[in-house]
Ligand binder design. Structure first.
Ligand SMILES: NC(=O)c1ccc[n+]([C@@H]2O[C@H](COP(=O)([O-])OP(=O)(O)OC[C@H]3O[C@@H](n4cnc5c(N)ncnc54)[C@H](OP(=O)(O)O)[C@@H]3O)[C@@H](O)[C@H]2O)c1
Length: 282
């Protein structure tokens, strides 16, 4: 039995669909079954990384676990610790943790630091493990979509990284491969898309799919901060995101061939992702 945590989220939902399509026994974990819908044939379980008492039932009979811990607080990688303890009790045989490429590049922002500590918990678990370290997801463009739809304009921040952004289905494809084939124990894989794209490139691709040009406007860092605050971001969560953005200019452009090497398929492109999500830009 495979357990997919984060099963209602961007990567987990893609992974669930891939595993369900392969007719392997798979269980989806969510904190709230009432809000979730899953593909036919998928078992469901409630579970919350922050409430360890909920995890034994979710892990009962599970062999391999996709570990997607969404958050880090002042107490460190509590979610990984709780998951590892329950996985050990359940006798699981493989943990595959979603991390971030910031760890590969020794980034010191709070998000990368949290994942680095979380990776260590998984590595020290005594169970076979694999780490997946993706760079920026293409879903990052969701934030630009309202202004693109309303004003045909993409507002970015001065100095925003050139990014080899990755389609979440490619992360899921690698996860499915790692979960279902041997030879990945003790490996940390850095995952990117196939091409580094500047903000101008990204706007051009959206424009090509929409069929009209997209203007690019650069905001100052303080204008960007104000915009994030307007969207409800604040406190340590906002600072962590801005620091990651700042640091990632140094590495986010690097392209890794891992997706094709492992899955045998070239990475999906930003054209693919925009075509699939065209409704958000109209
Ligand atoms: N976005 C990027 O560019 C990027 C790049 C590299 C790495 N990452 C990493 O990717 C991860 C996010 O992945 P994603 O975008 O696929 O997730 P997402 O779409 O943000 O969804 C979060 C998932 O986590 C689950 N969740 C939230 N709190 C939970 C808890 N306390 N216990 C159990 N499950 C919980 C949610 O499930 P329910 O609400 O159903 O319980 C949901 O399925 C983060 O660790 C992030 O650092 C992101």
């Amino acid at each position: 039995m495979f357990l997919v945590t984060g099963a209602t989220g961007t990567v987990g939902s893609e992974l669930l669909a891939l595993l369900a399509g392969r007719n392997v026994p798979v269980r989806a974990m969510t904190r709230d079954l009432a809000k979730a819908t899953f593909p036919a044939g998928v078992e469901v379980a409630t579970g919350d990384f922050d409430r360890p008492g909920t995890l034994d039932a979710a892990l009962d009979g599970v062999d391999k676990v996709f570990v997607l811990p969404p958050g880090y607080g002042p107490d460190g990688p509590v979610q990984e610790r709780n998951l590892v303890a329950a996985a050990a009790r359940a006798g699981a045989s493989h943990l595959v943790k979603l991390s971030t490429s910031g760890v590969t590049f020794d980034a010191t922002d709070p998000i990368s630091t949290g994942h680095r500590l979380g990776e260590q918990v998984i590595m020290d678990s005594g169970l076979p493990w694999t780490i997946l370290r993706p760079g920026t997801f293409m879903v990052y463009l969701y934030g630009y979509a309202p202004a693109i739809a309303a004003e045909h304009t993409m507002y970015v921040t001065q100095g925003d990284p050139v990014s080899a952004m990755i389609h979440p289905r490619d992360i899921a494809a690698v996860a499915a491969h790692v979960l279902t084939t041997p030879g990945h124990d003790g490996q940390a894989y850095t995952l990117t898309g196939g091409r580094a794209l500047s903000p101008r490139d990204q706007a051009d691709i959206v424009g090509q799919v929409l069929g009209h040009p997209i203007k690019l406007v650069e905001r100052t860092p303080s204008e960007t901060r104000a915009e994030f605050e307007r969207l409800g971001w604040s406190g340590p969560r906002l600072e962590a995101l801005l620091e990651l953005k700042r640091q990632s200019t140094a590495w986010d452009r690097q392209v890794f061939d891992t997706v094709e090497r492992l899955t045998g398929q070239p990475p999906l492109t930003l054209h693919d992702w925009v075509r699939e999500n065209i409704h958000i830009f109209r």
